[in-house]
Design a protein. Sequence first.
Length: 320
Amino acid sequence: MTSTTASPSPAAPSLRGPFRLAVGVMVAMAATVLKGALTTSTGSGMAYPDWPLSNGQVMPETSYTTVAGFLEHFHRLAAATTGLLALALALWLQFGFAGRVAGRALATAWIGGCLILAQGVIGGVGVLKKTPVLTSVTHGTLAQLVFATFALLAYQLTDRYRTTVPLPGVAPGTGRRIAVAAVVLMVVQTVLGAIGRHANSGHAIWTHAGHALVVFFVATIATAMAVGKLGAAPGIRTLSRWIVTLLMTQIALGFVVLAVRNPKGKSEDNVDNLGVAFTISMHVVIGAALTVLLATLAAHVFRSTRRAGGGAPGVEEAFR
């Protein structure tokens, strides 16, 4: 049997430290997404009408004496922590591993950092403008793209990434289009859900619900093709199992959310029902996890089906 991995080059630098920091960024980002989702679900986004400080303070008393203040302020702190970790990672790769880390990994780190900066600024402007729908939707969508970007970076820093070779007997590019389509549709699903939440639009909410079936169909095909054609590649089968499991969980949870959500949308009254707010927020977090897993699956597919010795430019360069 032909192996799908090659032995690491003796000259290859150990990237264990940067990999762990990339995982740390993802953990911090997961906390930020959860806190942000809870902030929206409880209508706490305007707990502090100023930015970047909260009521002109670094740690206002209401941040630990009121639910709304706690959620909004610690969401900001989690976001700031994520940004600092991302900056540290990019600088570490830039100067600590200069010439020893793949250029695409370094580019991914800086792109992720820029996305975090853009997301933070948009979120802050949204607060100053009293959270209009456009900035709120953009802020929420960028959060999931940041999450996926650092998942891609973490993969690029692994030995698995460096040692995975093109699968023998598999045509270059197999499964790529459907894998990318699944990621794109998941991002569209995120936008629809964000519009529904922030605009309290029934049309957007039901479009989001219907589009979930499209995402499920395409993502299932993507995982089935990946397992069927590329199952010998490291990581493909495990990723596919997690994606299918979370897809089914997400759809079931989506029906629960439709049943328990407040018709008023992100009302401040929701602070009195934290159980419902947490349920809705977990729907957002699982959606973010699906975006991450689908993007990571696409990266594995690109890596395993590149042409031996190189590949075509374009989207190839982002994943291979």
